[in-house]
Design a protein around this ligand. Structure first.
Ligand code: I3P
Length: 108
């Protein structure tokens, strides 16, 4: 499962706010329990091991994913909390795409 999403890193861990808090347009790939981030689809196809800003894939096991009802600045936004306390917001193109991601990510 993969597609374009806009991402904001909110928490580095439960107690540490992320330092880079801006929204990044990314190409996101879900493989098994790993979520991988790329600059765009082209860079993913060209080099699947070269991630956006050399970020490691994140492991979704033990995490949780929900629609981010409390985040009102943008629409179609869901939140992923990782087992280590890190949190990301993701904006999809529409609610249908958002729900598809939430469902896919939740089964991990
Ligand atoms: C951030 C950027 C984000 C904003 C965030 C800013 O600044 O404007 O859009 O989050 O606010 O820190 P920069 O681009 O200079 O890193 P929102 O879109 O959610 O407001 P925050 O620090 O209050 O999360």
């Amino acid at each position: 499962f993969e597609g374009n999403l806009v991402r904001k890193h909110e928490w580095e861990s439960t107690t540490k706010k992320a330092s880079n808090r801006s929204w990044d347009k990314l190409y996101v790939v879900l493989r098994g329990s790993l979520l991988m981030f790329y600059k765009d689809q082209k860079s993913y196809k060209a080099a699947p091991d070269s991630y956006f800003k050399s970020e490691n894939p994140v492991d979704l096991r033990g995490g949780s994913t929900k629609v981010a009802d409390d985040y009102t600045k943008k629409k179609h936004v869901f939140r992923i909390k990782l087992a280590n306390g890190a949190e990301y917001l993701f904006q999809a193109r529409d609610d249908e795409e958002m729900n598809a991601w939430v469902q896919r990510v939740s089964v991990q």
